[in-house]
Design a protein around this ligand. Structure first.
Ligand SMILES: [Cu+2]
Length: 492
């Protein structure tokens, strides 16, 4: 029902012609062409940067372990928290916190997460990057009503990687994640352990989210969901994507992290609804990439900047011993204008013992077999009647865009009009090409989300394995996703 009303709203907004549908870039907003979306301004003074310490989400303890399985429990609940100084903000959080608690799993052991929904709306939990049986994957229509309890079972027979879990409710993923329903889920394995990577306080999960706040401290989000208490806004311009004007890292605005003069492992997640990031260290320094969405790369790659689209992850080593003690090192975002050009500051302390030596070789990336079929998936705005589409169609549970056979490899050619971060559920993929060139400099390794730029064509190879059943793939600009830029594939 809510889906229908939202779709009716989409059509109304499109029919109103709010800068849409005539080949003009949609709502690019003050941040320029780096993101497809519109900045939603906060109604309160923005806080001073680099005063609040960086919070790190707590690691969730299992309630029980047996021979094969670790059992966790999470309650989805509203909570009043302090995100900005001087005001209180209602969030929807896993265990009432934002980000939610970090789940840590071991490859080869099953993880079961029991979610209890104390929110006023149905929810769906998706483990992003998980190789998960259909019935636990968080299909957008597998709604779990208020006061229900649901077990999600994750076999997690997959490589060590930084996954994340978030709400995936049909038509309402954008507002759900915006209000706080997101958390890290890390997978460990023997291969990763053998590298002796920086760990404990020297492994920092960094969830980057832009948000906007009303004058009373509540989160602003344009939405017609009558069950939400968000400030109603002008909605149509934001259908291209909602961009906030406050950068939160692990829920804190522009925080400050005190670090030793040593190597750190940064597990960066772009959990923004629509904002793309171009990350760089100021005053210089290497973001040494060791991994991506689907785990370790074959070899480390030194980057002086790194572009990260919504839902993508960067696993990087930063060597703070390269700076003089007392140096302030800022993680900046070159895609952001004004205050959004900065993310997080590190204050470098004294040199500290550090036994980690970056190896030349990290992992083996297995090449995929030859494809049995090549398909084309076109992501485009199709005018007032159809909105955001894939191959000309908006999402429907019965719209099956592909029926890959279990165990086979396919090549998908992805074509776009605007920025669309395209995400496939179930299986990671490898980027084969962009246009007439090879993969881009940020495309290495196993990906589950590819950052497609306007009018771009890319080819990916994916092997559909693990489980049969119906899964979705979609744009991870959450406003595009909610407005139907999603389709099914059914593994048969
Ligand atoms: Cu999109």
């Amino acid at each position: 029902m809510s889906g229908l009303s939202r779709r009716a709203f989409v059509r109304a907004g499109l029919a109103a012609g709010v800068g849409l549908g005539i080949g003009v870039p949609l709502g690019l907003g003050a941040s320029g062409s780096a993101s497809t979306g519109t900045v939603l301004r906060s109604g309160l003074p923005l806080p001073t940067a680099f005063t609040r310490p960086l919070p790190v989400p707590p690691v969730l303890a299992p309630v029980r372990r047996d021979a094969s399985t670790d059992h966790f429990e999470i309650t989805q609940a509203r909570a009043m928290v302090s995100l900005l100084p001087g005001v209180r903000t209602e969030i929807w959080g896993y265990n009432g916190i934002f980000p939610g608690p970090t789940i840590v799993s071991r490859r080869g052991r099953t993880t079961v997460v029991r979610h209890r929904n104390l929110l006023p709306v149905p929810t769906v939990v998706h483990l992003h990057g998980g190789r998960t049986p259909h019935d636990s994957d968080g299909y957008p229509m597998d709604l779990h009503p208020p006061l229900s309890t649901t077990d999600y079972t994750y076999p997690l027979d997959q490589r060590a990687a930084a996954l994340w879990y978030h709400d995936h409710r049909m038509d309402f993923t954008g507002p759900g994640v915006w209000r706080g329903l997101a958390g890290f889920h890390l997978i460990r394995d023997d291969e990763e352990d053998a590298l002796g990577l920086p760990a404990g306080a020297r492994e920092l999960p960094l969830m980057l989210t832009d948000r906007s706040f009303a004058a009373d401290g509540s989160l602003r989000y344009p939405s017609l969901d009558p069950t939400l208490t968000m400030t109603p806004g002008v909605t149509a311009p934001y259908m291209a994507g909602v961009l906030g004007d406050v950068m939160l890292v692990n829920g804190a605005p522009w925080p400050l992290a005190d670090v030793d003069g040593a190597q750190y492992r940064l597990r960066v997640l772009n959990a923004c609804n629509a904002r793309r990031l171009d990350l760089r260290l100021d005053p210089g320094g290497s973001l040494t990439q060791i991994g991506t969405d689907g785990g370790l790369l074959a070899t480390p790659v030194h980057h002086d900047h790194f572009e990260l689209a919504p839902a993508q992850r960067l696993d990087a080593i930063v060597d703070f011993s390269a700076y003089r003690p007392g140096t302030e090192v800022t993680l900046v975002n070159d895609f952001g204008a004004g205050r959004m050009g900065e993310v997080l500051r590190f204050r470098v302390g004294e040199r500290a013992p550090d036994r980690f030596r970056l190896p030349d070789r990290l992992s083996a990336i297995e090449p995929l077999g030859p494809p049995v079929v090549t398909r084309t998936m076109r992501f485009a705005y199709e005018g007032a009647s159809r909105g955001w589409t894939i191959n000309g169609q908006g999402f429907g549970t019965d719209v099956i865009a592909a029926r890959p056979a279990l165990g086979t490899t396919e090549v998908w050619r992805l074509m776009t009009d605007f920025h669309h971060p395209v995400h496939l559920h179930l299986n990671p993929f490898q980027v084969l090409s962009r246009g007439i060139t090879g993969p881009g400099e940020f495309d290495a390794g196993w990906k589950d989300t590819i950052d497609l730029r306007p009018a771009e064509e890319a080819a990916i190879a994916v092997r559909f394995d693990g489980y049969r059943g119906k899964y979705v793939f979609h744009c991870h600009n959450l406003e595009h996703e909610d407005m139907m830029m999603m389709a099914n594939f059914e593994v048969v």
